[in-house]
Ligand binder design. Structure first.
Ligand code: ADP
Length: 888
């Protein structure tokens, strides 16, 4: 840095747009415009000795009004100096860039003389334009006396603004200057140390502070800051040293402060960052170490826990060996490896299975067991008796290989609950396995582990769930298993139920034998027929017929209502359902063999009541307070117009308090209106049969379905046609054949039955017959609808209506003999439910009537038929008059 510079009187001027070069600053610029290139070329590049140029700031404005450059007023300085506005004599033709420039150039009146520290020349391709890169150093201030253009660039007549030596010495004596420079140096020192700390640079800047005169230092410091153009201008204008120093001190201080604030912020941010970064790094490292070691802590823990669990599972020795082998394999595997998970799940199952764990069987008390059965179930005397016998045998010979009990009956007759009562009578756990719809053998026996997503069969799954090796296991709906290409579940069940084989039951998934011999199996089915005979052979069938309405009423009053109330948090104090109402529910809303729908309807009533009781919660405490209102104190207070105080029952009152509170209210009594409101309009009524048989061609049959006995209407009609027989409804082959037989029989006896005149003996002449079994959703098959179809055909051809109060069942031979059919008890119960008064049965079914509850029998007229004519005789009002003439 030159100490002092001799300035020439004229300088070539390089305008700096919105920028100031301060003395002491070093700047690198690229000159591309023709005027600046020319200037550099002529004033710097081509000169032998290093030339000087003047850098003059130009304020860029958007003003487009005045033509030609203006030398604007300098920015006011603190000393009050004002530079005058200089208009430069320039014309359109000789403007530096030769452009038709219309913008106002606000030249600053003060600039800085600069010299080039470095010059480099370049040629732009492909235009061939010359450019210069110049590194300039600001030297000293000057003021512009006059600005003019020389060729393509500006020149100015200038005068130096720097003080000479004597002036300088004078100022240096000025105490104010001394104080100011001290202050400046101190602040600058502070800034340097802060920067040095930050950048850990050596003390080069400090040396600068010692050697360079303070007024130059001020410029050098300020030049290195990023400050606004205005501030740069004002620094440039600070010719007076004191002004310059105080301005520089202010700027250095500001810079210092901003560095400190920024530091604080970064420290804060860094603090937060480093914490999370540290964590992240540590985690990464941990993971890397674990990977290096080939194990994972969590999995390690898991495997160890699994091993402990396996050890305490009490596996038999051979299975333990197998499990150990598998565990060793697992330990060698990476958690990410395929097969790791399946191996672990498998071992979990081995560890979870109850190999030895069993519910402790207490000494079986038969009387207690009987009491338990009685308290859980109404009626079912024979069934209960059989269960007690079964239990008695078990008591005498615990490992007796008795047959498996199989409860057969329509839904909702208590099969499941009986099985669970057996479990509780034996003090064993109960587990239910649903077999309905099981068609795949793998459902029973599991999939081999080679399959993706393989799992154990339902039995092993059930045992895992129940957690003991000796539960009572209910094989629910054993009649609903089917067989298809995926194997025969029944054969797997055979193995399960066979006491010889089930000691070593082999589940494909488990792949080791499991001893099922301690399990007590109980099965349920809706019907016996679909059960494969070998399976049936291993079971003792106990039939549970449907209930009579009277039995249902008793069951409802004794068992269902208390249970339903309890389930809904109510008691008889809140809801009263009278026998009469239960009867109505049975008659109007349920027509089922069991009591499941009845229970559902009662639950609906209880829900409705629960809502009402819950709503009363607020109302009742108030009524309690009503008594208090009668007290003289409250009376007088009320009279005074004061507000009434109410006792508020806290939310957490115990049940005792609550029920005592509620007792004040009378229980909700179920009446017909409530039935209507809650259960909707009645679904069934006794008039149905009468309405359905109001036309000729309809008869009432009794059939037997999975839901127990059912009343089945058979409709027949004739139409123009070619003598075909059409059948609709969900019918099996047997029923179709029966229809054919029925039609043949009627046609054969048309004359005898006086259904047609002897000359037109063909009943099907020019007409088709259509027989329909409504309620088509229930599949029907079996021969027992034979008599019903004949009756409806006779009714159709004779145009006589059958009796609405009579239902019938029976198979008919082609010759008109009536053969016995099955399910008599259920059918009679169904007829009873429908309000039928007379039932025509095959004579040979007489023996089955003993099974029918006597109350039901008493309410029905049972008519036994040997031949078809007997049926017809009973089916029509006033008998069958044509019979007497016939020679059947
Ligand atoms: P299922 O298994 O035959 O379909 P559930 O055992 O599930 O029928 O019985 C349905 C409901 O009816 C159960 O709540 C059961 O307690 C009740 N239930 C059935 N029969 C009786 C009965 N005789 N006494 C008391 N409750 C019965």
């Amino acid at each position: 840095m030159a100490e002092s510079v001799e300035l020439p009187s004229r300088l070539a001027i390089l305008p700096f747009r919105n920028k100031v070069l301060l003395p002491g600053a070093i700047i690198r610029i690229r000159c591309t415009s023709p005027s600046s290139v020319k200037l550099v070329e002529q004033e710097l590049w081509q000169r032998e000795e290093k030339g000087l140029i003047g850098i003059l700031p130009v304020r860029d404005t958007a003003e487009m009004t005045t033509v030609g450059p203006l030398l604007s007023q300098g920015v006011g300085t603190d000393s009050g100096e004002r530079s005058s506005k200089i208009q430069v004599a320039t014309s359109e033709s000789n403007k530096p860039d030769g452009k038709n420039q219309q913008e106002v150039m606000h030249w600053h009146t003060r600039g800085v003389a600069a010299r080039a520290l470095h010059l480099s020349r370049g040629v732009e391709k492909p235009s061939g334009r010359v450019t210069y890169i110049v590194v300039l150093e600001g030297l000293c201030r000057f003021s512009v006396q006059e600005l003019s253009t020389r060729g393509t660039y500006y020149t100015a007549r200038i005068s130096s603004l720097d003080m000479n030596k004597t002036e300088m010495e004078q100022v240096e004596q000025d105490p104010e200057f001394i104080a100011l420079s001290r202050q400046f140096k101190a602040t600058a020192m502070e800034l340097i140390s802060v920067l040095e700390q930050k950048q850990k640079t050596g003390g080069r800047t400090k040396v600068l502070l010692e050697t360079v005169p303070v007024h130059k230092l001020a410029d050098i410091f300020v030049a290195s800051f990023e400050i606004s153009f205005e501030e740069q201008l004002s620094m440039l204008d600070s010719v007076d040293l004191k002004v310059r120093l105080s301005k520089a001190t202010e700027l250095v201080d500001r810079h210092l402060q901003s560095i400190r604030v920024a530091e604080k912020i970064t420290q804060k941010v860094e603090g937060q960052l480093s914490k999370s970064q540290k964590e992240f790094l540590l985690r990464q490292q941990m993971r890397a170490i674990k990977e290096e070691l080939g194990d994972n802590d969590d999995d390690e823990d898991d495997v160890a826990a699994l091993e402990r669990k396996m050890q305490s599972a009490g596996m038999p020795p051979n299975i333990w060996k197998h499990a150990q082998r598998e565990l060793r394999r697992l330990k060698k595997m990476q958690p990410q490896q395929p097969g790791y998970n399946s191996s672990r799940v498998y071992l979990e199952l081995l560890a979870d299975l109850p190999w030895q764990k069993a519910s402790e069987e207490h000494e079986l008390d038969l009387r207690a067991a009987k009491e338990r059965l009685d308290s859980d179930h109404y009626g079912l005397v024979k069934v209960k008796q059989r269960i007690i016998e079964y239990l008695a045998v078990r008591k005498l010979k615990p490992d007796a290989r008795g047959p498996v009990l199989c409860f057969v009956g329509p839904p909702g007759v208590g099969k499941t609950s009986l099985a669970s009562s057996i479990a509780s009578a034996l003090g064993r756990k109960f587990v239910r396995i649903s077999l309905g719809g099981v068609k795949d053998e793998a459902d029973i026996r599991g999939h081999r582990r080679t399959y993706i997503g393989s799992m154990p069969g339902r039995l092993i799954e059930g045992l895992k769930r129940v957690g003991v090796s000796n539960p009572v296991m209910l094989l629910d709906e054993i009649d609903k298993t089917g067989s298809d290409v995926r194997g025969d579940p029944a054969s797997a069940l055979l193995e399960v139920l066979d006491p010889e084989q089930n000691k070593t039951f082999n589940d494909h998934y488990l792949n080791v034998p499991y001893d099922l011999s301690k399990v007590i199996f109980v099965a349920t089915a809706n019907r016996v027929q679909p059960i494969p005979p070998p399976l049936l052979d291993r079971m003792e069938v106990i039939e549970l017929p449907g209930y009579t309405p009277e039995e249902k009423l008793k069951i409802a009053m004794r068992h269902l209502i208390p249970r339903v109330l309890d389930q809904h948090g109510l008691s008889s104090e809140f809801l009263e359902i009278s026998e009469a109402m239960v009867k109505l529910v049975i008659q109007r809303y349920t027509r089922e063999a069991g009591v499941r729908n009845l229970e559902r309807n009662l639950a609906a009533l209880a829900r409705a009541a629960a809502v009402q009781v819950a709503e009363q919660e607020q109302a009742i405490p108030l009524s309690k307070d009503m008594h208090r209102l009668a007290s003289p104190l409250l009376d007088s207070r009320l009279a005074d117009g004061s507000e009434m105080e109410m006792e508020v029952i806290p939310m957490g009152v115990n049940n005792q308090e609550l029920s005592s509170t509620f007792r004040v209210a009378s229980p909700l009594v179920v009446d017909e209106a409530m039935l209507d409101k809650v259960l909707g309009p009645p679904r069934y009524d006794d008039k149905e049969t009468a309405e359905r048989v109001a036309t000729a061609g309809v008869s009432v049959g009794l059939v037997w379905t999975a839901f127990g006995g059912e009343v089945q209407f058979v409709e027949a009609t004739a139409m123009l046609g070619k003598g075909d027989l059409h059948l609709t409804g969900q019918l099996g082959d047997v029923i179709k054949e029966s229809a054919q037989i029925a039609l043949t029989w009627v046609r054969a006896r048309a004359a005898d039955l006086k259904l047609a005149a002897p000359e037109e003996i063909n009943l099907l002449q020019g007409r088709d017959i259509h027989i329909h079994f409504p309620a088509g959703a229930v599949p029907k098959d079996g021969p027992s609808a034979g008599v019903t179809m004949v009756t409806s055909l006779v009714s159709l051809f004779s145009q006589k209506r059958v009796r609405a109060d009579t239902a019938m069942t029976g198979e008919m031979t082609l010759r008109g003999l009536i053969l016995p059919v099955g399910g008599i008890k259920d059918k009679i119960l169904a007829a009873h439910r429908y309000g039928i008064k007379r039932v025509i049965l095959p004579e040979r079914n007489l023996k089955d009537l003993v099974e029918v509850p006597s109350a039901v029998l008493a309410s029905l007229e049972i008519l036994l038929a040997k031949r078809m004519e007997d049926v017809l005789e009973q089916a029509f009002e006033g008998g069958c008059p044509w019979r007497r003439d016939s020679k059947l």
